[in-house]
Design a protein around this ligand. Structure first.
Ligand SMILES: Cc1cc2nc3c(=O)[nH]c(=O)nc-3n(C[C@H](O)[C@H](O)[C@H](O)COP(=O)(O)O)c2cc1C
Length: 264
């Protein structure tokens, strides 16, 4: 296994940070690598906000589903899917007038543009994760930044054609890396298909989740254990308060892009 593969193989999310900070050189190296990530049309449809203010980190620790470790992270980056910069550039360029003159119809940013900008921002984020990891700096994604659209829009002054797609916390792990085991993954046959999508048959699910099911419910048969696990995940991850709030909040972001509510 080469060094790059080894870094990827041994990465695990870090939520417990050592007090050792991250130097300006290290931050610079992370940001430099991040901006080398592939980007659709080379437009860089994302912005990165370095969250340095401690009060702000503490606020995010609450608004992102009460996760106190956010406030303790030495370095926090917000990744914003961003079509605002390019749309503003188009306006600066009188692109709409030129477009009409050439017989085309101008348009506003739409859902496809939003998803493309999200791709850009997330690819940049994961590049930051690997760059940091290669320097011994751990990280953890915070998906809950998608919640509380109104609050996050106001805190970060996010204009209409943006969406804060993910937050990343960085820091050196407090616990020696080798002391933490890698989180398991499902077997490749359930995830990777050849040439076309393959919908799993009912009988495959107990085997897909076998490790977790048997670990959590050793007293049950595999099928019963798998169903109990599925019910637990449904309750904890799918209908729980944070998930309902995330979907409400994301509807708000999409409505804002579509001009269905007041925007700046
Ligand atoms: C999009 C996304 C959102 C996540 N959000 C959170 C989060 O809000 N809080 C958290 O502690 N971990 C979060 N994680 C980390 C996952 O829980 C973690 O990646 C997963 O459990 C696998 O563990 P590993 O990263 O150690 O392999 C998130 C990961 C991703 C990719």
């Amino acid at each position: 296994m080469n060094e790059t593969l080894s870094v990827i193989e041994n990465r695990k999310s870090t939520r417990n940070f050592s007090p050792a900070g991250i130097s300006e050189e290290e931050k610079d190296a992370i940001l430099h690598a991040t901006m080398r990530a592939p980007t659709a049309g080379n437009l860089m449809l994302y912005s990165i906000i370095e969250v340095e203010d401690q009060t702000l980190k503490e606020r995010l620790a609450v608004t992102c589903d009460n996760q106190p470790f956010i406030a303790k992270a030495p370095y926090v980056l917000l990744f914003v899917a961003d079509y605002q910069r390019f749309f503003d550039f188009f306006m600066f360029s009188d692109a709409e007038t030129a477009c009409v003159q050439k017989g085309f119809s101008p348009r506003l940013p739409q859902e496809g543009d939003l998803l493309l900008a999200c791709c850009d921002a997330l690819i940049a984020a994961q590049t930051a994760v690997i760059a940091a990891e290669s320097m011994g700096i751990g990280s953890c994604y915070i998906g809950d930044i998608l919640e509380n659209a109104e609050i996050h829009r106001e805190i970060f002054h996010l204009p209409r054609y943006t969406l804060p797609i993910t937050l990343l916390c960085f820091g050196r792990p407090a616990v020696e890396k080798s002391e933490k085991r890698l989180t398991p993954r499902y077997e490749r046959k359930y995830i990777v298909f050849k040439n076309a999508y393959r919908r799993l048959a009912a009988g495959e699910f107990p085997h897909m989740v076998k490790t977790a099911a048997e670990h959590n419910f050793p007293e049950l048969t595999l099928e019963e254990a798998a169903k109990t696990l599925g019910q637990n995940i449904y309750m904890r991850k799918y209908v729980s308060e944070f998930s309902v709030e995330m979907n409400r909040s994301v509807r708000g972001w999409i409505s804002q892009w579509n001009g269905q509510q007041e925007s700046d």
